[in-house]
Design a protein around this ligand. Structure first.
Ligand SMILES: [Zn+2]
Length: 348
């Protein structure tokens, strides 16, 4: 069991580091299909997911988030595997529970946007609520310590997810995060600081922002959220170089050609580790208590976040040390100096 529970840690003022971005990383590794972005790898190669959970804990994550993102009825229908929905969810939860138990970390169930919800069509409210209900019930069965509902662009859908966690979640705490796109408001027209405050008042243990924006464009909004919300806030940006002109990773264009990058060519604007480190330091200063990275994350980037939050995860022993480098140690002589000058383009 974890040293202390999720709520207790929050109440003690401790930070929670949560690795996200499983879908994106497993796609990058060649085990998930871009497009539908569904997690059938859980059924086909569960050990790949287990390894990634272990890797993220090694890099500093306090949370093993069950990989049920887009593992919901609507999404599984699009790939014709709706009948395997329950098996997929329970398997994902079991893998996450096992890793959390082995590593003394917390395990989270996971709900996501349904892609069927339409704030103007009341019939979709029931569809979304049913999707949330069954996933919450599986998360309880799978032994989750808390439940994350994430990537909602509508306040109302996020609220339905929270309601489902409260009704069917056996008292488990809820972390609810909204995805900020270009405007500083949800697609059902509520400013994020207002929407998140309402979710907090409705009983979410943590509220915040995940996905959509990179560090540079998420930080100004986080400051506003911090002013508006009273309790712990969350930030899990995508580690991409979004700008005031291209605020989301979905809108980024190739700096050389102007071509759109999403979703296959985003790597060309990936943040460096020092940019991620700077983001994490600023988030800490703002008072972000629940921190992580979403799509585009990897272990070396997560380590920067963990270190900025004062942690020493196991991967610290592999923190870069250029003093041992054959050429970049700052202390080279003889032929190595010539090689170095060739490397650095210092000679014609
Ligand atoms: Zn994401």
């Amino acid at each position: 069991m974890p040293k202390t529970g999720f709520l207790e840690r929050l109440q003690n003022g401790e930070a929670i580091i949560c690795a996200e971005g499983y879908m994106w990383e497993l796609e990058r590794r060649g085990f998930l299909k871009s497009g539908a972005f569904t997690p059938e790898i859980i059924l086909e190669q569960p050990n790949r997911v287990r390894n990634l959970h272990e890797e993220y804990v090694h890099a500093g994550s306090d949370v093993v988030e069950a990989f049920t993102y887009y593992g919901h009825r609507q999404k599984m229908k699009t790939i014709g595997r709706e009948d395997e929905l329950e098996t997929l969810n329970l398997t994902a939860l079991k893998i996450a529970r096992d890793v959390a138990d082995e590593t003394n970390t917390l395990m989270a169930g996971n709900l996501s946007n349904t892609n069927v919800f339409n704030p103007d069509d009341p019939t979709t409210y029931d569809v979304a609520s049913q999707i949330f209900q069954e996933q919450v019930e599986w998360a309880v069965k799978g032994g989750a310590d808390f439940i994350i509902g994430e990537t909602f662009c509508e306040y109302k859908e996020a609220h339905l997810a929270l309601e489902a966690i409260q009704k069917f979640g056996n008292g488990l705490p809820a972390v609810i995060t909204l995805v900020p796109y270009g405007p500083d408001r949800t697609t059902d027209e509520l400013p994020f600081p207002v929407a998140l405050r309402k979710l907090e008042e409705a009983g979410a243990a943590v509220v915040g922002l995940n996905c959509g924006r990179g560090p540079e464009t998420m930080l100004p909004l986080l400051k506003e959220v911090r002013k508006s919300c009273k309790g712990p806030i969350a930030a899990l940006p995508v580690p991409f170089r979004t700008t005031p002109k291209e605020k989301t990773f979905q809108s980024l264009t190739n700096p050389k050609t102007g071509e759109p990058l999403f979703p296959l060519d985003n790597d060309t604007t990936l943040c460096s580790r020092s940019e991620v480190r700077k983001f994490a330091e600023e988030a800490k200063n703002i008072g972000v208590q629940y921190i992580g990275l979403c799509c585009g994350s990897s272990s070396n980037l997560l380590r920067e976040v963990a270190q900025a939050y004062g942690r020493s995860p196991p991967t610290n022993r592999y923190t870069p040390d250029m003093t041992k480098n054959s050429y970049f140690s700052g202390n080279i002589s003889g032929h190595a100096k010539k090689v170095f000058s060739f490397m650095k383009c210092q000679v014609e």
